[in-house]
Ligand binder design. Structure first.
Ligand SMILES: [Zn+2]
Ligand SMILES: [Zn+2]
Length: 367
């Protein structure tokens, strides 16, 4: 495993630490406002290409000790258990994921795998506020408090951890392929008349085959801070095409969530996912009209992984005693969220519907 240090890019004017600015799509100096030239790294760029790591080697020795580029601080939320990493000396007062004030310092683990690449934020704060306002506009029965929550300072930009896996799958399969055929049968109906009908039968024949398939960048989330169903609702993140090599400029000023689904667990989840997909691909190869007893023997070669960060905007708020999250994909702007229902609004809508129905009945009656 390489022990690379991360290249730093200071401000060309004053030497200050540059930060990624989503609205300007540039690295901007927070001290003098200078925007430094930055262009997306091309996958073919020597030295900057995003590297895939061999999975087996990493599982034997999990220390991929590429550093974060500068000092970092980790805190854990006592309420939702998300671990936040700050690389800029900033200390949060509240948890970015759930809004809880009970956060404590977390001992940074030495064997933690640091991110190798990320998707920089593309949707700026003002853009995401507009998107959330529009999303809220389509939620008729949400309480008005939600609208206020979406517009105040509870909005946070967070880099969320993902594992991505590549693998070459080679499989052999056997199955029984079924072919339909129809036979005319005579029978007596209820009136005692002789009739004929077509009855379907299945002829079973043994079948077998082989499958070779390359899986590129299958994703496993490593987050506990974002609810899984909400995260699934804002996927996909274009990790196969638009990843940039990790650099502290991109995450400075933002919160990074530390993964809590570790590499071993993530690789097991990934394997289960691959096995399901291989089975489905083999099943699709079985000839005939139907099938049974599909047996698949699959091998996986050259499994590699990357630890990547993807951009997520989060609004968290409490309503009554419950916590709710609205999340937005920081790259595509796709939104997923949960919200409470306003019983006053629902009651009002039901009463309105009843009055309309009542009025219509009155007029129908009087005709
Ligand atoms: Zn500067
Ligand atoms: Zn929390």
């Amino acid at each position: 495993m390489n022990n690379a240090t991360v290249a730093k890019h200071p401000c060309p004017e004053c030497g200050g630490d540059l930060q990624w600015n989503a609205a300007r799509q540039a690295l901007v100096c927070p001290y003098c406002g200078t925007a430094a030239a930055w262009s997306p790294a091309q996958p073919a760029d020597p030295g900057t290409a995003v590297i895939e790591h061999d999975l087996e080697t990493a599982l034997r020795n999990p220390a991929i000790s590429r550093d974060w580029g500068e000092k970092r601080r980790e805190v854990q939320c006592q309420s939702c258990h998300a671990i936040s990493v700050f690389v800029d000396g900033r200390v949060a007062q509240r948890c970015d994921f759930c809004g809880s004030p009970s956060i404590i310092a977390h001992e940074a683990q030495k064997d933690a795998i640091t991110p190798q690449s990320l998707l920089p934020f593309k949707i700026s704060e003002s853009q995401v506020r507009d998107l959330i306002r529009r999303w809220y506009g389509t939620r008729w029965f949400a309480p008005d408090k939600l609208k206020r929550a979406a517009l105040t300072d509870t909005l946070h930009g967070v880099y969320s951890p993902y594992w991505t896996f590549d693998a070459q799958a080679d499989a052999r399969w056997t199955a029984e392929a079924g072919y339909y055929y129809y036979v005319s049968e005579t029978y007596r109906d209820a009136q005692g008349n002789t009739r004929t009908r077509q009855v379907r039968h299945v002829r079973w024949e043994p079948a077998s085959g082989q499958l070779a398939h390359f899986f590129d960048d299958t994703l496993v989330p490593g987050t506990v801070g974002v609810q899984p169903e909400l995260l699934a609702g804002i996927e996909p993140f274009p990790t196969t095409t638009d990843l940039q090599p990790y650099s502290p400029e991109f995450v400075r000023g933002w919160t990074v969530e530390r993964y809590q689904i570790d590499l071993r667990k993530a690789s097991e989840l990934n394997l289960a996912d691959l096995q399901q997909q291989v089975r489905a691909l083999c099943s699709a190869q079985v000839p005939g009209d139907t099938q049974r007893n599909l047996e698949v023997d699959a091998r996986y070669r050259g499994r590699t992984f990357k630890h990547v960060l993807v951009p997520v905007w989060i609004v968290s708020y409490t309503y009554g005693s419950r916590r709710f999250q609205i999340v937005a994909n920081g790259y595509t702007g796709k939104i997923a969220g949960k919200h409470p229902y306003s019983w006053v609004k629902i009651l009002f809508a039901v009463l309105t519907a009843l009055i309309v129905a009542g009025v219509m009945l009155y007029f129908l009656d009087s005709q």
